[in-house]
Design a protein. Sequence first.
Length: 449
Amino acid sequence: MTDTAAHEGRPRSLIARMLTDVAWLIGGKGFGAVCSLIYLAILTRSLGLKDFGHFALIFGTSQALIAIAGFQTWRTVVRFGVKHIHDEDWAGFGRLSMMAFLLDVLGAVIGCLIAYIVFYQFAVELDLNPTLIDTAFWFNVAALWALVSAPTGIVRALDRFDVAVYVEALVPAGRLIAAAVIALTGPSLVLFLIAWAVIDLIEAAVYWIVARRLSPQAIRLKYLPRAFEARHENPGLVRFFGITYLSATLEAMFKHGPLLAVGYFVGTSAAGIYRLAQQLAQGLTKLSALLSRAAYAQIARASVASAAQEFRNLASQTTKLAAIGGAIVVIAVATFGGHILALLGGEDFRNGYTILLPLVIVSSIELAGVAFEPVLHATGRARLSLLSRFVTVAVAAVAIGFLVHGYAEQGIAWSLVIGAGVGNIVMGMLAYLSLRQQGVSTIKDISET
């Protein structure tokens, strides 16, 4: 598993490995970003403001349910799997992976029950068209069973971001092709939802096939009966899993809850504008997700196989790179944001600029702190990450309560800026203290030896 520099023959630094992973991800996500912008333009112009609002609420609900019911098992696979891989303990890695798979199945079942309650009991509150309730429910069922958290963790733990790029390119490419065909043959909200669901299910199947081919000695059905032995083989796993699940749930509330709040407090059309602005903000700040994926795997690996100083340097360098990237994105959106929204969705969406700017600021704040959570997880302080997420959500919720009635969807968007800013400061301080403590612990270990 050791990487070597192509022309020097020496092991590459952790930051070089991470940037290599990011380069692979940028290649795939750059392609995905272009595809998503095109199919978003097709969607908005084909459906119009009202129907796109319905699409946004249905899709946004599915994303929230996936985050809540998906358990984020990939984090557990990466956190504990890299040690099994480092030790070439493929049986242990196999049991860990199969446990993640079973948890994903359990999450899908729970998510389906929640989806039933949401769409058949609260559709009126979400301002959904009654004729779309059945379609919305089954779309969410398909999305939940298309979870790829476990195989994603397997591929990342194996440090095969190059392969992940090709698999994840299936979704944007498939959606673009489907959107073009549907738009040309007769646009329909139901057809768009069906296409999205089928493409997600195909990606899930391919991800598992790839995970099996990358690690055939570990990804075997024979490990299923003994999968939950991984709880005892990996000290701290249950606690880590519980904390990261709660943290992911809070993160989902912060990311997807505001869209549902816009639908509830303001209306479907406003939700459509909010969704387009949110999607564009996420696309423009995609580097945050890319750095997070690469940093999480490399920081977890560094905590197992590297010196404390190199570990700290990786976290520091990642933070600096991310902060620069976030600042560039904010400047670009402040200059061209309204024109981009109008180009994608038409003049009806231009006013979404007032939502886009704060959402981009939120993503840039998260980008600047992209190394904080991986550091807390890798140093065994995942509970502090949970505390930071709780602060973020609580502050944003209080701000929404004060701003939504006077400023509608713009108030909700700026509330997220306040929550993200406070939460990121808290998480940054905790990560800094954890890194200092990590250095002290390492010095003590060396002296005792």
